[in-house]
Design a protein around this ligand. Sequence first.
Ligand code: S3P
Length: 472
Amino acid sequence: MSTTASPSSARDVAPAKDAASSGHGNAPLPARASRSGPLAGTIEVPGDKSVSHRALIFGTLAVGETEITGLLEGEDVLNTARACAALGANVERLGPGAWRVHGVGVGGLQAPDGPLDFGNAGTGSRLMMGVVAGNPITATFDGDASLRKRPMRRILDPLEKMGVEVLDEAEGGRLPLTLRGPRDLIPITYESPVASAQIKSAVLLAGLGAPGETTLIEKEASRDHTERMLAHFGAEVRVEPHGAHGRKVTLKGRPELKPAPVRVPADPSSAAFPLVAALIVPGSEVTIRGVMTNPLRTGLLTTLQEMGAAIEFLDARTEGGESVADLRVRASALKGVDVPAARAPSMIDEYPVLAVAAACAQGTTRMRGLSELRVKESDRLAAVAAGLEAGGVAFAIEGDDLVVEGRGRVPGGGTVETHMDHRIAMSFLMMGLVAEKPMTIDDVSFIATSFPDFVPLMTGLGADIALAGDAA
Ligand code: S3P
């Protein structure tokens, strides 16, 4: 993707990638994180990944030009940009984080020339399946070795009920797979078996192409960026409570979506890494600017505050339809807590770094109901367990719960396998900053999927992180 400030089309700059290749084609990049002095400074983390994918997708489905600022330019989102271009949108990069999408309208997508390669991105691939469903076209979805292991039946099942044909799929409902959207999609009411914003979003995005009302029911509320953006682009969407913690979302199909500017707030899931580092490295004080504080994303902040974390919310405000605040974080003596399963959807991507905070706390932290972690970019429950083991931290997996015995110190000294998972890489780099002996991470290259400048940003705060090949 071009990095110049002059306009460039995502279609023109998209490298011809081999969708069947595993990984992102780069050699593994090992790194070592060592005990660091106090971290200090004020930083900004990149735009929210969930909002960035959706901004490009809604821009594609609107008729006319949508301007996006603060877009995350990580590999996952760039793959979505390429897919939007392959489906007929004109996607231009105007400058850092500034993009313009000239959309084709609901039902106006063209059939892509070749397979759509989503790389490592579950969100990009699953949401785009919903988008394609609403068009009478055939498209093949593919991704890297990590994405090819992830379950897609959770998306294909509701889409088939809406009339989509699955022409081809790898064993167990996995990528690569080929879908054909029907001429007339059937609106459905779907009760999602898992609290997943990806399932919800795929059904609602498909529902845009169906006549009448499509309804999605979830037992636990998952992140609501799709619902917010539907309303922002002029669709009629109703959100009602369902049971104790759930929601019922109803969308009126076949709207004409109108372009609307999107300002992407900073990603709380990326802020989580410097935030936890500032809590656990003694003497640290770090401010992270403009972090999205949507209540369906703040489970980690709630949990850390229960653990005794000193986190101040400064200048709380609304930007681009989302609540944001500057977070001032000071190193804190943390204690173990019990994290209820009902909180999982609001912090689903934050458990690996919470496990690092829990290892540095005094006492036991029990994280309940983590079954969904098994089907993320890696089997995160297994990868976190192996990372804790490598760091010499006592833990147990009991059913779907992870129990970490915090002893206020981390021996360190081991090597962590990241299994193509950016969040495993970043979490255990943070552990290395407090461990008695350095932690080695086998491959940090996948950090580029969500947080391209992570290492320089952390070293700028004072973190001792050395990439293989760097002078020690
Ligand atoms: C996302 C939803 C979550 C999360 C993922 C982003 C989204 O997945 O893990 O990183 O943008 O909708 P599930 O909702 O499937 O748990």
